[in-house]
Unconditional design. Structure first.
Length: 455
């Protein structure tokens, strides 16, 4: 079942959704590029400054589970507009921040809005377009959004070098206002006010997520692991308790019968593992280019261009490739290639040629791009209409958590290798991290092999 809307609305719906994707992509890629600069600007350790990325994603993962409930209760239109307003307000507060703590609080607000607008845009597409139209529609949404990563690092570098870093956040404001205006006219507005929610379960789930991600963040900031380990164990126990408690609840946050759909189950677990490596790339590459190769923020922004161009090109090929190979074979092979693309960065040193760097980033960008689209689509494509809001919410939560975990895990690996080999050259720390990110990604290829044959 698909939501019936007028042809004009259906035609422009992906464009409106793409505005929100563009804002988030532009913001995140620009911010990722200037983490070393902000570390110096605020005079804080790099491993603490990275929380600018992690807190945004964690805030998102806390609010994403509410997406399905809020959309059904109040309608996608009003919630999408509200999320855009929160994201835009958070962007304003980020731009007005005077220290790292203020910026982190503002990023939490910004992430809360971003948490809602991205899955709502995706959910509206899933519920409006048929299975045959879905891959093309999702590609239409993500293709314009790839303009954000294309220009984000350059914009971030140029603004930081020639103006003030706060403008990176302030440029979101006109896009947010424009998105709200069009969303009020275009977005579907189907409501079901009878829907109920497990508020206690949500509270347990949210606290568990906060504990898990905070523990991972602490692991990268300290050499004393007792407190982070305790917090991590508490987070795991709370997550187990949530699933046990919610199993017999009439209105669970996430329906258990979602996992009766094989492609959804495989897609979720594959996303969890694969996105750790994917989430590390936007953090690791700017860090490597600026610390290992000594590039300025603006030069780093231009150096990241091959990665973004390849990602942009990859989106236009993914539909055709999947139709020829099927999801199962494609994701198995592509994930293996993705893992080796990460491991290949162990060849990069302070004296590496630009030819090598460009080739590596082109390969990583292309493979990463088609991996994202394939993983997202295969996870939700077999869900019935009634399961789509809950399934889309869980997928988006997993995406945010895994991407945040990718930043945290890469920071942990860097910290561990620096502690074990304090006298080693910086290149060795990056090599150690890239290698283990690649090995982690390799495991997810075997998860995708369990997709149904012919899928």
């Amino acid at each position: 079942m698909n939501i019936p809307i007028e042809n004009n609305q259906k035609r422009f719906l992906p464009i409106v959704a793409a505005i929100s994707f563009f804002m988030a992509a532009l913001d995140s890629t620009a911010v990722n590029t200037i983490i070393p600069y902000l570390s110096n600007f605020f005079n804080t350790p790099l491993f603490k400054t990275k929380n600018i990325i992690i807190y945004y994603m964690v805030a998102g993962s806390l609010f994403i589970p509410l997406t399905g409930y809020l959309c059904q209760k109040y309608g996608c239109r009003i919630i999408f507009c509200l999320s855009l307003a929160i994201f835009t307000s958070g962007s304003l507060l980020c731009g007005l921040s005077h220290n790292l703590n203020e910026l982190l609080i503002a990023r939490i607000i910004q992430g809360s809005g971003g948490a809602l607008m991205l899955p709502i845009g995706r959910l509206a597409i899933i519920q409006t377009f048929s299975k045959d139209e879905l891959v093309k529609a999702l590609s239409m949404v993500t293709l314009p959004a790839l303009t954000g990563p294309l220009i984000g690092p350059i914009v971030g570098g140029m603004i930081t070098s020639y103006f003030h870093w706060s403008l990176i956040f302030l440029i979101n404001i006109p896009f947010g206002i424009l998105g709200i205006i069009f969303a009020l006219r275009i977005f579907p507005d189907i409501k079901d006010k009878s829907i109920k929610m497990d508020y206690t379960g949500y509270g347990i789930f949210a606290i568990s997520i906060a504990f898990l991600t905070y523990a991972l963040s602490l692991f990268s900031e300290t050499k004393q692991f007792k407190i982070p380990t305790l917090i991590l164990v508490l987070g795991i126990l709370l997550m187990i308790f949530y699933w046990i408690k919610s199993y017999n609840h009439k209105h669970p946050l996430f329906h258990h019968n979602l996992f009766k759909v094989r492609s959804f189950t495989i897609g979720i677990f594959g996303n969890i593992v694969a996105r750790i490596g994917c989430g590390a790339v936007p953090f690791m590459l700017p860090l490597m280019l600026q610390i290992l190769l000594g590039l300025s923020p603006v030069k780093c922004g231009f150096a990241m261009l091959p990665l973004a161009i390849a990602s942009f090109v990859g989106k236009s090929f993914v539909d055709q490739i999947i139709r020829q190979t099927g999801y199962r074979r494609f994701l198995f092979i592509n994930t293996i290639l993705l893992s080796f693309s990460y491991i290949s960065y162990v060849t990069v040193t302070s004296s590496s040629s630009w030819t090598l760097l460009i080739v590596l980033m082109l390969i990583t960008g292309f493979i990463n791009s088609i991996q994202f689209t394939a993983m997202n689509t295969v996870t939700v494509i077999d869900l019935s209409f009634s399961k789509q809001p809950s399934g889309s919410g869980l997928l988006s939560t997993v995406m945010q958590l895994s991407m945040a975990s990718g930043v945290a895990v890469s920071a942990i690996l860097l910290n561990v290798d620096q502690s074990l080999h304090p006298n080693s050259a910086p290149a060795m720390h990056f090599h150690f991290t890239w290698f283990w990110l690649g090995i982690t990604t390799l495991f997810s290829s075997f998860i995708f092999w369990f997709l149904p044959k012919g899928k």
